[in-house]
Design a protein around this ligand. Structure first.
Ligand code: GLA
Length: 386
């Protein structure tokens, strides 16, 4: 895991490359989703929290129509584009995220002109922790500020989602951008994805002597291709056959009838969404009642539903979950879109060393790539840093 450049270091790197100091530095976090997976585009409920891994962008407005973009990701060098002739093909690799946001803002009438941008991110890519949303939200927040565009956080969420959907080509919902923009330290974001109404739910892991461990399986996923879009299509088919606007409108009691109307695979997809929405609501209630120590069984049930009904887990994620559970975790589940990425385990802080060692050993003996394991706690959302 690379460490973040400090604001002073980022300013120095920017100035070194672009010949003048940036106008400012903005930051936005990645996220883990505590529970509520694939429910967002079904207009249901999610409960993510922001993590202390962030995308930081230094930006300077130029006064012409040229954008120059550079990142500390490595070897790619400066990407230079003319915003007035910006085509979708010109937005590729990591630059699709910042340029996608700029493209959407311009479509919405925000007069983004030329700029220089330097990105530094500590959100691992392809790990299911929303590295792309972190970039989108940092950039959207920056231009909203710099140009006094007056967009609300909820509007910025939709800007990021449009960039993802229309430029990157991933048919994702609003989970990731909402977490990155709306989160606060010490809280999870309980979001109704139909109304975009968000409520901050206290999540004080330390007070309960707990922590959330992320196991990045290193199995890389992409949502612009394959399984994610197929799951979304199944959900849309299910809603259409059941005659509802979105699967949010199907409840537990409707499921018995749905079984007779849907093919078995679509039924399982629908059952995951319906039961997952219910689990999010239960998790919020249980957190309120008994605190984080009481939500373990719900996390585990969510994982089983994703593994068996939605079929988006993989052997590495299952092994991470099973091993954490066998070594003292209260609950564990894959988090994010699936098909790879990360699992989270809710564990007593005292069990950290044992769980880490057990998961590492289990991956080694299964012949899997060594996972990256680290603790996360609920952090602040997007904001100006300097
Ligand atoms: C990805 C998407 C989100 C959401 C999750 C699954 O992270 O970007 O919109 O659908 O998968 O919950």
């Amino acid at each position: 895991m690379s460490t973040a450049l400090t604001p002073a270091e980022l300013t120095a790197a920017f100035t070194d490359h672009f010949g003048a100091a940036p106008d400012g530095i903005w930051t936005a976090p990645g996220r883990v989703n505590l529970i509520g997976e694939h429910t967002d585009y079904n207009e249901g409920f999610v409960l993510p929290f922001a993590i202390d891994r962030t995308a930081n962008v230094a930006i300077r407005l130029r006064g012409d129509s040229t954008a120059r973009l550079l990142s500390s990701y490595g070897d790619q060098g400066v990407a230079t584009v003319d915003l007035d002739t910006l085509s979708h093909e010109a937005m590729s690799g990591w630059t699709a995220y910042p340029l996608g946001v700029v493209w959407v803002l311009r479509q919405q009438g925000v007069a983004v002109g030329g700029f220089d941008l330097y990105l530094d991110s500590t959100v691992p890519t392809g790990a299911g922790l929303s590295s792309s949303a972190a970039i989108e939200c940092a950039v959207a927040t920056a231009f909203n500020d710099l140009l006094d565009a007056g967009l609300s956080a909820e509007e910025l969420v939709l800007v990021g989602q449009r960039a993802e959907n229309e430029v990157v080509g991933a048919p994702t919902g609003i989970l990731d951008q909402s977490a990155s923009l709306l989160a606060t330290d010490g809280h999870a974001v309980f979001l109704d994805c139909r109304t975009q109404e968000a409520k901050l739910v206290p999540l004080d892991l330390a007070a309960a002597s707990l922590l959330v461990l992320v196991v990045d399986t290193k199995v890389s996923h992409a949502h612009a291709t394959g399984g994610y879009a197929a799951r979304r299509a199944s959900c849309e088919l299910g809603a259409e056959v059941l005659g509802v606007a979105a699967l949010r409108d199907v409840d537990d009691e409707d499921l018995a009838e749905a079984a007779g109307l849907l093919d078995p695979e679509t039924f399982r997809r629908v059952r995951h969404i319906v039961t997952e929405d219910a689990r999010v609501l239960q998790t919020v209630a249980v957190l309120d009642d008994g605190g984080p120590a009481a939500i373990g069984a719900l996390l585990l049930a969510s994982h089983a539903s994703m593994r068996d009904d939605f079929e988006i887990s993989c052997p590495e994620l299952d092994l991470a979950v099973d091993t954490a559970m066998a070594h003292g975790a209260l609950g564990a589940r894959m988090t994010g879109g699936g098909f790879g990425g990360s699992a989270i385990a809710l564990i007593p802080a005292a069990a950290e060393a044992a769980v880490r060692a057990a998961v590492t050993a289990a991956f080694a003996s299964a012949g899997f790539t060594a996972p990256d394991i680290f603790a996360v706690s609920p952090a602040d959302g997007a904001r100006r840093l300097a």
